[in-house]
Design a protein around this ligand. Structure first.
Ligand SMILES: [Zn+2]
Ligand SMILES: [Zn+2]
Length: 143
């Protein structure tokens, strides 16, 4: 029988929501009730993943104190993914875009490693503690 489930999610204008709802071919590296992890389509180094909340949150400025646990969990999951891939925190770069400097309007934590393999442009685009790319600690500290 080819009938689709009645509650099948419909396509969203948001590409990341579509990934969460398995409407894209994107390989999901990890997921649980709240979080989903997949590779960045334009990797800035050998390892480059995006860790996102399944719920559509536009960006870091849309976060509230109620999201603190979620934001902490995004980082925990990202660090676990690093370890699983034989990489360590000290060679990795973590960060969020600071609005309006964001590519996709669905909150995502970038984890890039090793930093030593990042090219010049990638280093600029994901520049640590710049006014367009901020650390997870900074984001958590604001909540
Ligand atoms: Zn979304
Ligand atoms: Zn991004």
């Amino acid at each position: 029988m080819a009938a689709a489930a009645p509650e099948a999610p419909s396509r969203s204008a948001c590409i990341f929501c579509n990934i969460v709802n398995k409407l894209e071919d994107t390989e999901i590296l990890y997921e649980d009730e709240e979080i989903c992890v997949f590779r960045d389509i334009r990797p800035a180094s050998r390892f480059h993943i995006l860790t996102i909340p399944k719920r559509h949150i536009e960006d870091v400025k849309s976060l509230t104190a109620a999201d603190k646990d979620l934001v902490e969990k995004l980082l925990t999951v990202a660090k676990e993914m690093l370890t699983k891939n034989g990489l360590t925190e000290d060679v990795a770069r973590f960060g969020y875009h600071w609005p309006p400097f964001r590519s996709v309007k669905h909150l995502h934590l970038h984890t890039i490693a090793p930093e030593s393999e990042m090219g010049f442009l990638a280093k600029m685009m994901f520049r640590k503690d710049s006014y367009w790319f901020v650390s997870p600690d900074y984001v958590i500290s604001r909540l």
